[in-house]
Design a protein around this ligand. Structure first.
Ligand SMILES: [Zn+2]
Length: 350
């Protein structure tokens, strides 16, 4: 079993931007620090900074980062393995190598076209966070308004599942989270979000969403960004423990994990400056929760949900079976389409 399964870091974007190396770099995550965990699993997200120009468009920009990162994996293949299927994930456990799962954070690279999602899957992308903070073609991010998924967002969700990708609702608006949870029967994850009940912030999740994620068999990854841990915006390990403990009590020990967001945050808890400090958190989790539950939070839960949601042969299984009729309940807030039009699109799926 993996000793650590971190569901979110932004290392690909960060090393691409700084033209650094995955083996060792000035950021929070690199191969040397990952290997201290002897066989960890790490989700590596590709994120496009909305402040930076996207030469050739969002898809091309993401593809450049994916290609750069892919070269790094090949270069260090003795230490790190690319995982694109449950078989890969199971096979890498116990090898001593890092299991690397690629994710896209924000649906902008789709550029409103489903075929771009297929291309990303072919490039090895395992998971998609539907939006970042703003509104995009798929829906409303948590800072982009109160609306949910767009009709295209629903289509992209369905296509992501058809392609065997894990769906991530971190960064989505509350209505967007409800839309995904209502439409998708398969477990979904919130790779890096905390509990809004402990720290009011639009990036954190309400109790209702956390419970719904758990009910569907999904996992919420507690995250380390201090403003999402404490309203004072300074944080340390006890704050992370508070969120983990709260979510374990609310959702159950099977539904909480870790999504650190290293390399995606400019500020970290004082005692968790980078990945090399994580053994401290793992130890504290064990003291608080006991070894068995701590192991679930540190790794087993995300391992289980990726094993369940990633599919070996994209497109093999009919997506219709995976979608619940609950998605016919259209949320009042919709982006760019009348509820009527939306309803029609939803009906076409069943
Ligand atoms: Zn993020």
């Amino acid at each position: 079993m993996y000793p650590l399964f971190d569901a979110h870091c932004d290392a690909p974007t960060e090393i691409f931007r700084k033209n650094e190396d995955l083996l060792s770099n000035s950021g929070h995550v690199d191969i040397k620090r990952l290997l201290a965990f002897k066989n960890p699993a790490q989700v590596f997200a590709v994120w496009l900074d909305p402040k930076l120009p996207r030469e050739g468009g969002a898809f091309e920009s993401a593809a450049r980062i994916i290609s750069f990162f892919g070269e790094q994996i090949v270069k260090y293949k003795d230490f790190i393995s690319r995982v694109t299927s449950p078989e890969d994930l199971a096979a890498c456990a116990g090898t001593g190598k890092i299991a690397a799962l690629l994710a896209v954070e924000g649906g902008e690279p789709l550029e409103g076209k489903l075929e771009n999602l297929s291309k990303l899957r072919e490039m090895g992308v395992c998971s998609i966070t539907l939006t970042w903070n703003d509104q995009n073609e798929l829906g409303c991010g948590c800072l982009g308004g109160e609306a949910g998924l767009t009709p295209f967002g629903f289509e992209a969700l369905r296509e992501a599942r058809r392609l065997g990708m894990t769906v991530d609702i971190s960064h989505l608006s509350e209505a967007g989270c409800r839309d995904v949870l209502g439409a998708c029967k398969a477990p979904v994850i919130a790779s890096h979000s905390n509990a809004a009940a402990l720290c009011r912030n639009k990036r954190n999740l309400s109790d209702e969403i956390i419970r719904d994620i758990a009910e569907k068999g999904g996992v919420v990854g507690a995250t380390l960004y201090p403003p999402f841990l404490a309203e004072a915006k300074v944080a340390s390990i006890p704050d992370v423990l508070r969120h983990v403990n709260y979510m374990v009590n609310l959702a159950g020990a099977e539904h909480v994990g870790l999504g650190c967001d290293f390399d995606g945050i400019e500020q970290t808890p004082a005692d968790l400056r980078d990945l090399s400090a994580m053994p401290r958190l793992l130890y504290a989790l064990e003291l608080m929760l006991g070894a068995e539950t701590a192991e679930k939070v540190a790794s087993k839960n995300f391992f289980r949900v990726f094993m369940e949601t990633l599919k070996t042969s994209p497109g093999e299984k009919s997506p219709a079976a995976e979608f619940s009729t609950a998605s016919l309940e259209i949320s009042a807030a919709s982006v760019g389409s009348s509820a009527k039009k939306r309803k029609k699109i939803m009906r076409n799926w069943f």
